[in-house]
Design a protein around this ligand. Structure first.
Ligand code: NAP
Length: 495
């Protein structure tokens, strides 16, 4: 069993204190300090990158055939499942999320490693059609060292979605977790370290380097040995990283923010839609890139639907993530709770009606935690800041609509294009709307369902590049073409 990560981080294959400032990780349910992690310094990043480059080039790793590399991933998947409860408890303590959610995330992370291993075993290089006296092939090779930079909202999922394809592609990985939530990533470090040690492989294939994004994250993006960046986080940070990556001419895949529309048509099954809308925004306390945070309801049922929604939202059970009764857990950090509260104040100033929530819950049991009540706001135009900017908290803005063309124009009137939900019994309307809305993922009569086998990515300011799906490993490899002459006749210049 990997021990609970305490103050050590994983640099160049070894566990030790980083040279950066200490990070006091806080449990947002009660404000207590869980542990102190000694962050990485810029020198630590450099040391980890050099060791990772050597590990990636080592014959015992570079020489493995795909099915042999897959074995390491299957083992990581098994260890992840074995330690799912531990990972889940860590993520609940670190992020506040409910145990039910973090348990599901841990098991899904195990599935990510197994799916990636299977994809690796079955991936084929291509024999391309020959157009001359030669055989042509397209083959895929490792990049070398890749950087993985993740946010705080679902570290179990985002870590697995980057570590698995990166290792499968034959690379070494420098992982930078968010400063607020380093614990799960360090636990993953223990698991991968164990699997690599058992297989007799270089342990520097994964480094886990917590620390401030502007210091440690930036040092990873700038490091000359790092050949690719996988980033999940806010759009502003994504732009900064993309600029540096462009300067260095290295690829950067960016999974960014969202302000996703959920549409309830007049022919929707309203009971199903009510439950789906609430789950879409209030699960994970709204701290989800794909949260359905803008609700469009047909004007013919707007008043009754919103009335029922508000009644039900008021009954959601608020509490710590460790309680099996809890539906809405605290936000990740007190600072983030304050940022969410400031958006609700802004909505009030802009003339919005706060229909429920709109403040932290009252009561001794909530006093020290980063709690905020699930909140529904309406009476604002789609152009209002709270309808346009990502709040990343339990705040839903509701808007009525009448005409479908106007609905599509408003739903698409957003810099983001990550996800969309459509609730309708009309298959034709579902198809039409699903194709017209600018979003990387559209859910019809369901929401927030995820599968590693289905590609995921954002349009517009929601991102660049795709994660998951059958080709997930290719993003972590370089493509090379081979021409192999088959004619014994000399080339023309020989004459
Ligand atoms: P963030 O502030 O952009 O941070 C994301 C990561 O980038 C953190 O590890 C952060 O470090 C690091 N970072 C910050 N500045 C950096 C820099 N200059 N160079 C390199 N790294 C840097 O985002 P967040 O507040 O943690 O997460 C919330 C955002 O993530 C939301 O916008 C959400 O929509 C998005 N998200 C998107 C997806 C998706 O798949 N599309 C999934 C989940 C979340 P520190 O914070 O530790 O300093």
């Amino acid at each position: 069993m990997p021990r609970i990560p305490a103050d050590e981080i994983l640099i160049a294959g070894h566990w030790r204190r980083g040279g950066g400032l200490p990070i006091h990780t806080v449990n947002p349910a009660d404000g207590s300090v869980i542990t102190t992690v000694h962050a990485a310094s810029v020198d630590d990043v450099d040391e980890a990158a050099r060791a990772a480059a050597a590990a990636a080039a080592a014959p015992e790793w570079r020489g493995l055939l795909p099915h042999q590399r897959a074995r390491v991933l299957y083992r990581i998947g098994d260890l992840t499942e074995e330690h799912a409860e531990h990972l889940s408890a860590l993520q609940t303590a670190d992020t506040g999320k409910t145990l039910g959610e973090t348990r599901a995330l841990a098991l899904s992370a195990a599935g990510t490693f197994r799916y990636t291993a299977a994809a690796l075993e079955t991936a084929e290089d291509a024999l391309t059609p020959s157009r001359g006296p030669y055989v042509t092939m397209s083959v895929y090779e490792p990049i070398g060292v890749v950087g993985a930079i993740n946010p705080w909202n679902s570290p179990i999922a985002s870590d697995a979605q980057k570590i698995a394809p990166a290792l499968a592609g034959g690379n070494a990985v420098l992982l930078k977790p968010a400063e607020w939530t380093p614990l799960v990533s360090l636990a993953f470090g223990r698991i991968v370290h164990q699997a690599l040690t058992e297989a007799g492989l270089p342990t520097a294939l994964l480094a886990v380097l917590p620390g401030k994004g502007s210091i440690v994250g930036d040092a990873i993006v700038r490091h000359p040995l790092v050949g690719r960046i996988g980033f999940t986080g806010g759009t502003g940070t994504g732009r900064t990283i993309a600029r540096t990556a462009a300067d260095r001419l290295i690829p950067a895949a960016l999974e960014l923010g969202g302000k996703s529309p959920t549409i309830v048509r007049e022919d929707a099954d309203t009971a199903q839609a009510l439950a789906g809308v609430m789950y879409g925004i209030f699960s994970s306390s709204g701290q989800s890139c794909i949260a359905g945070s803008r609700l469009f309801v047909h004007s013919s049922l707007y008043d009754s639907f919103i009335g029922e929604l508000v009644d039900r939202v008021r009954k959601l059970r608020i509490g710590p993530g460790t309680s099996p009764d809890t539906q809405v857990a605290p936000l990740v950090h007190h600072k983030h709770r304050d940022a969410v509260a400031a958006y609700v104040e802004l909505a009030r100033e802009e003339g919005g009606r706060v229909l429920c929530g709109g403040h932290s819950p009252e009561g001794e049991q909530y006093a020290k935690g980063a709690y905020y009540l699930p909140t529904v706001i309406d009476s604002l135009p789609n152009s209002a800041r709270v309808c346009q900017e990502e709040i990343f908290g339990p705040v839903l803005v509701a808007l009525p609509y009448g005409d479908e063309d106007e609905l599509v124009a408003e739903a698409n009137d957003s810099v983001f294009g990550l996800a969309c939900g459509i609730w309708t019994r009309d298959a034709g309307a579902a198809w039409r709307l699903g194709r017209r809305i600018e979003a990387g993922t559209v859910w019809i009569n369901t929401y927030k369902q995820f599968s590693i086998s289905t590609p995921f990515g954002g349009m517009k300011d929601s991102g660049l590049g795709i994660e998951k799906g059958r080709d997930l490993i290719r993003a972590y490899q370089r493509q090379k073409s081979l021409y192999w002459g088959t004619d014994t006749a000399p080339l023309p210049w020989a004459n």
